[in-house]
Design a protein around this ligand. Structure first.
Ligand SMILES: [Mg+2]
Length: 420
């Protein structure tokens, strides 16, 4: 850190230890003696607002990353350029720790913002060294990354507000959607099971009556009847229930051999989550709202969950993800990662997923975005990123992808400009 930079030190918090991260001199050969010059961003209108981060250098190499909650995180990522200009982008770990120190007090948005930057630094490093990012993260445990498809039965939640939800979220609609996804080649899928059941339900109470429980069970039963038991099937509850309701529902679902029941209770209620996990045979999954290795360690030590779902675009970056995976592995916990991103973030997730032993699968949440596979191309070759339920790991330098500027320009979100 140059001494004329303003001091942004913030009170310690979030489990980030203070260290002096300044470097007076850093010697590298000329070909690796490079500097960050700027951070630029653009937002794309996918099924979520996808936040693309571009880190530029004083060479031809630039890096790409993606942030979660782009509406707020992109501005913050651009402003982090003040911390980055002049730094060597190859110092990924030290730079990320620096950003962690300065922005962890800004909560999850700060974390998401520097997550996109961290990924872009790995992309640069891979390009400079001429190797794919997975090589830098430890090498390969696997070539193909298994993807689970976020799947929706029925119609939109908006439609549900004006009609009887049980006539929209029907066993037939769930079975039909499951069949389509399996026929597309996916070997793992997930439905939302916190869909509304009664128009007059007291949703704030977080309780389901028996009729509501039976409706949800009928949806799961219909899916299993349609696709059998060889497909991994998760159900997401989005933190909506009390312990007693989650356990009553979970026990009714035990015969359907779910791959996991996701987020039954609010994420901060660790003791409540542990009580649910202890009472069910079905694995309980959580983690999309935990963003530090320390947090995963604390919750895993409580025995509160069976499968971890860190999100590669908000957990602090690829190296932080790898730390989380290592901690979970020490606790005997596998990773089924959360992911709602564009192909940029998904490919970043694929690289780190290849490099960890305890990987189960990674989410794909954009089945209703027909141009998802068109947004990026593999460096030097054509072909879809996601095919038949797997991401075949790109072998080009860095993330091994390039954004197609014509596609990106067509789907730019309002108020944002093309940076590619
Ligand atoms: Mg979820």
């Amino acid at each position: 850190m140059a001494s004329d930079q303003p001091d942004y030190r913030i009170p310690q918090g979030g489990g980030v230890p203070w260290r002096d991260l300044s470097v007076d001199e850093s010697h590298r050969p000329a070909e690796r003696d490079i500097e960050i010059t700027d951070v630029k961003t653009m937002a794309l209108a996918g099924n979520f607002t996808w936040g693309i981060v571009k880190v530029e250098t004083d060479t031809d190499h630039y890096g790409l990353g993606e942030t979660f909650r782009a509406e707020a995180a992109l501005d913050m990522a651009e402003r982090m350029a003040v911390d980055l200009r002049g730094e060597n982008p190859l110092d990924v770990d030290r730079i990320t720790e620096l950003l962690n120190q300065r922005y962890t007090g800004c909560g999850r948005i700060g974390q998401a913002a520097f997550t996109g930057i961290e990924t872009a630094l790995w992309d640069i490093k891979g390009k400079v060294l001429g190797v794919p990012v997975y090589e830098l993260l430890g090498g390969k445990y696997r070539d193909e990354i298994k993807i689970y498809c976020d799947t929706h039965g029925g119609e939109s939640l908006a439609a549900a507000e004006t009609a009887d939800p049980t006539e929209i979220y029907t066993p037939e609609s769930y079975a039909r959607a499951a069949r389509e996804v399996v026929d597309e080649g996916f070997e793992a899928l997930k439905f939302d099971l916190d869909i509304p059941t009664h128009r007059d339900a007291d949703t704030a109470a977080r309780r389901l009556d028996n009729e509501a429980v039976e409706h949800k069970v009928s949806l799961v039963e219909a899916v299993r009847d349609e696709i059998g038991y060889d497909v991994d099937l998760g159900m997401d509850l989005h933190w909506n229930f009390t312990v007693e309701t989650a356990v009553r529902l979970g026990r009714k679902l035990e015969p359907y051999d779910l791959a996991w029941l996701e987020d039954p209770v609010p994420p901060e209620k660790v003791d409540a989550l542990r009580r649910v996990t202890e009472k069910l045979t079905t694995p309980v999954l959580t983690g999309e709202n935990y963003v530090t290795p320390a947090r995963f360690n604390d919750v895993a030590r409580e025995g509160a969950f069976d499968i971890a779902a860190p999100d590669v675009n908000k957990c602090g970056g690829l190296w932080e993800f790898r730390k989380i995976a290592t901690i979970c592995d020490l606790h005997g916990i596998p990773i089924a990662s959360h992911n709602i991103s564009s192909p940029v973030g998904t490919v970043a997730g694929a690289h780190v997923s290849a490099a960890i032993p305890n990987f189960l699968c990674m989410e794909f949440h954009a089945r209703d975005v027909p141009w998802w596979n068109d947004l990026v191309t593999r460096t030097g070759e054509r072909g879809p990123i996601l095919e038949d339920g797997y991401v075949d790991l790109p072998e080009g330098p860095g993330l091994g992808i390039e954004i197609d500027p014509d596609v990106a320009e067509r789907y730019l979100a309002d108020g944002t400009e093309l940076v590619i």
